[in-house]
Design a protein around this ligand. Structure first.
Ligand code: S3P
Length: 447
């Protein structure tokens, strides 16, 4: 990796923050970093393609950097000619080499689950490990379908580390995912590249289709639609150029902040608008938000557009569970918005939040309650009464999205809020603190 990129990586996210009430409206235009889901997939498929692929707009976040390091361990040369750019020298479908060392996915569930599928088809053994948060997360949801395909993945109690055995012939077949999860679907499809015959995945609720779109962009024949995908094994991936859109999930924090702070008008250009990601737009609009999308265009295989958000008062609603997979990463910031809205917001159908980087229902409910909000947790959601928020000290529990969501809520509190354990913000939104400060938000990083 180049020195510039290494330096970017070593900037810590900052452990604790103090966020004071917003003093001024959010105004101007701001670009957010590249999409995390797309960046992971671009690296993996480029690594398996024949020849060099270029990735532009790559997310320089800890999660995607972990995936890049793992692919390098497996013998893939990755150049970083500039920040946000990678040239991946693909080794072909059967060109990866085994690594004696553990493959460390850090905090990244996407990295671990997708790599489990990809590694299940190799001739060598691998061990995937992660940090304390990832080591608590359920992996049975990928182990079971991959085992049904013929893979062998050993783990203690379905949690990392995952010992993925190589040299196992994989069989295609029809697999129904047990939870609505793009990570599980993608793990099966990536194993399907190495399987004999046709692999088909079906899901009860459609999830983000980036793996499908990117396989298509790399020239692998695939048929797919909402809730299903089908491909044959033993084809080839053709090297290509991938342009990564700005991450809607990162933009979401600023969308909600601009909505909540009176007088704001903020532009966010070039944001990925894949319809399996933008459920929050529909929900915020139903709550009264003023968000316009203009300049919709295609960037690679994805639709991007420019968001313009103006302040608007929000009211509570019952969130239709049909939106849950399309906004699964945006619930923490929705909780913050709901706590500042007038009336009651009901969230249901979001039990998956309990097995994310943290139990996001519990972490957000506990923290917002500390700030004076009235929230009742349910097994798959919460009932949130909007009202005034106060200052206090809350814990993000090392969850990047909870940390940024609590920072957004703090902008509407009547006194400063201290937010603990924010370093992992660098996993998905490197530079968030500087960007927030540049916009005039009163966020202070404690030494
Ligand atoms: C992701 C899928 C989602 C999402 C995660 C990224 C992906 O997870 O929460 O941040 O890139 O496929 P699940 O598949 O567990 O729902």
């Amino acid at each position: 990796m180049s020195a510039a990129v290494d330096a970017a990586r070593s900037v810590p996210g900052g452990r604790d923050w103090i966020v004071a009430p917003a003093r001024a409206p959010l105004r101007g235009a701001v670009s957010v970093p590249g999409d995390k889901s797309v960046s992971h997939r671009a690296l993996m498929l480029a690594a398996l393609a024949d020849g060099p692929s270029r990735i532009e707009g790559f997310l320089e976040g800890e999660d995607t950097l972990a995936t890049a390091r793992i692919l390098q361990q497996l013998g893939v040369v990755i150049d970083a000619p500039a920040p946000g750019v990678r040239v991946v020298h693909g080794v072909g479908l059967h060109g990866l080499r085994g690594s004696a060392g553990d493959l460390d996915c850090g905090n990244a569930g996407t990295g671990m689950r997708l790599l489990a599928g990809l590694l299940a088809g190799q001739q060598f053994d691998s061990t995937l490990v992660g940090d304390a948060s990832l080591s608590r997360r359920p992996m049975g949801r990928v182990i079971r379908p991959l085992a049904a395909m013929g893979a062998r993945i050993d783990s203690a109690d379905g949690r990392p580390p995952l010992h993925v055995r190589g040299g196992r012939p994989l069989q295609g077949g029809l697999y129904q995912t047990e939870v609505a999860s793009a990570q599980v679907k993608s793990a099966i499809l990536l194993a399907g590249l190495y399987a004999h015959g046709t692999t088909e995945v079906r899901e009860a609720q459609p999830t983000r289709d980036y793996t499908e779109r990117m396989l298509e962009a790399f020239g692998w024949p695939i048929a797919y639609g909402p809730g299903w995908a089908r491909l044959d094994g033993d084809q080839a991936l053709r090297a290509t150029t991938v342009r990564v859109p700005a991450d809607f999930s990162s933009a979401a924090f600023l969308v909600v902040a601009a909505t909540l702070i009176p007088g704001s008008e903020l532009a966010l250009p070039g944001v990925g608008l894949n319809e399996r990601r933008t459920g929050l737009l529909a929900v915020l609009r139903a709550m009264g938000a003023d968000i316009a999308v203009t300049g919709e265009r295609r960037l690679g295989g994805e639709v991007v557009g420019d968001l313009r958000v103006r302040h608007a008062p929000l009211h509570g609603i019952a969130v239709d569970p049909v939106h849950a997979p399309d906004m699964i990463d945006e619930f923490p910031v929705l909780f913050a918005a709901a706590a500042c809205a007038q009336g009651t917001t009901h969230v249901q159908g979001a039990a998956e939040l309990r097995v994310k980087e943290s139990d996001r229902i519990a972490v957000m409910a506990t923290a917002l309650r500390t700030l004076g909000a009235r929230i009742e947790e349910t097994p798959d959601g919460a009932v949130i009464e909007g009202g005034a928020l106060h200052g206090g000290r809350v814990d993000s529990r090392g969850d990047h999205r909870c940390a940024m969501s609590l920072a957004v809520a703090a902008l509407r509190a009547d006194a400063p809020v201290r937010i603990d354990d924010c370093a992992n913000v660098a996993t998905s939104f490197p530079g968030f603190e500087a960007l927030a400060q540049g916009l005039g938000l009163p966020l202070q990083v404690l030494p």
